[in-house]
Design a protein around this ligand. Structure first.
Ligand code: ATP
Length: 258
């Protein structure tokens, strides 16, 4: 059996306290194996971002354990957790992707420099070329489009080779051609470099690039697609719509009993 790159074991996450407490994850157990590409889907509010944040060590779960690359995150203090995130985890998040004062090349080199390893200019140039941005090396993030910024984040993941890349709606703001570019780069991280990718998305077409789709509802995994069988956009759309209908049905039934 392969060792999971990321393992969540009965993870619970809550926000707030008292009557306003919200259970965002109600006991999630899931593994992401090395060299696999998983899409995480589910209705709005189902816990997708919370799952990603817990798995990436950005939030600490209320209960349960998260293991990344063999290290249990609950055993780490904040400094060790920061180092693990920097060294072993790649982020393709729209909110905190790139450092605005650094050029594209400097942003690509940043995680390795912080880890005390200085990538050569050639390595940085090769990573930028791989994402089609060789001619943008000296640009700052504000001088790049949203899609180009996402690709810079991917170039960073190419050069620092983290154990796992977490992507939160990486194609949410992109046109379909740029989306395809970003998704094929994520696919290449898995197929050509044996890396592990976990991507939250609402888009069945994006999810169809993954090997496996995990569907959340109300903080629980309610369905998994893939695992050998092909994941098509049509199948993903049908299954996510069915889950959504069940959630809406449950909410309507709960509402009508008040
Ligand atoms: N900071 C917070 N404070 C209180 N509740 C929160 C907070 N963040 C998320 N929640 C709640 O936790 C639940 C899960 O939220 P989460 O953001 O993980 O869902 P999501 O599936 O990513 O949603 P979306 O698709 O809309 O981004 C929701 O009910 C949400 O309202």
């Amino acid at each position: 059996m392969t060792t999971p790159t990321v393992l969540l074991d009965d993870v619970r996450a809550v926000y707030g306290a008292g009557p306003r407490q919200v259970t965002a994850l109600a006991g999630v157990t899931v593994r992401f194996d090395r060299g696999t590409f998983t899409a995480v889907m589910g209705p709005s509010g189902s816990g997708k971002s919370t799952l990603l944040h817990c798995a990436a060590g950005l939030d600490r779960p209320a209960a349960g354990t998260v293991t990344v690359d063999g290290t249990r995150l609950d055993n780490l203090d904040e400094d060790a957790l920061t180092r693990l995130r920097r060294d072993r985890i790649g982020f393709v998040f729209q909110a905190f992707n790139l450092v605005s004062t650094l050029t594209a090349a400097q942003n690509v080199a940043l995680p390795l420099r912080l880890a005390g390893r200085r990538p050569s200019d050639d390595d940085v140039a090769a990573a930028l070329a791989a994402v089609g941005l060789a001619d943008r090396a000296a640009h700052r993030p504000s001088e790049l489009s949203g899609g180009e910024q996402q690709r810079i984040a991917l170039a960073r993941a190419l050069i620092s080779r983290p154990a796992v890349v977490f992507a939160d709606e990486p194609t949410g703001a992109l046109d379909s051609a740029t989306s395809r570019q970003v998704l094929s780069l994520l696919r290449a991280l898995v197929d050509e470099h044996g890396q592990t990718v976990v991507m939250v998305t609402h888009d069945p077409v994006a999810a169809a690039w993954a090997d496996r789709v995990v569907i959340l509802a109300d903080g629980r995994i309610v369905e998994e697609l893939g695992g050998g069988a092909p994941v098509t956009a049509e199948l993903v759309a049908a299954r996510t719509a069915a889950v959504e209908a069940r959630v809406v049905g449950t909410t309507a039934a709960a509402g009508s009993s008040c």
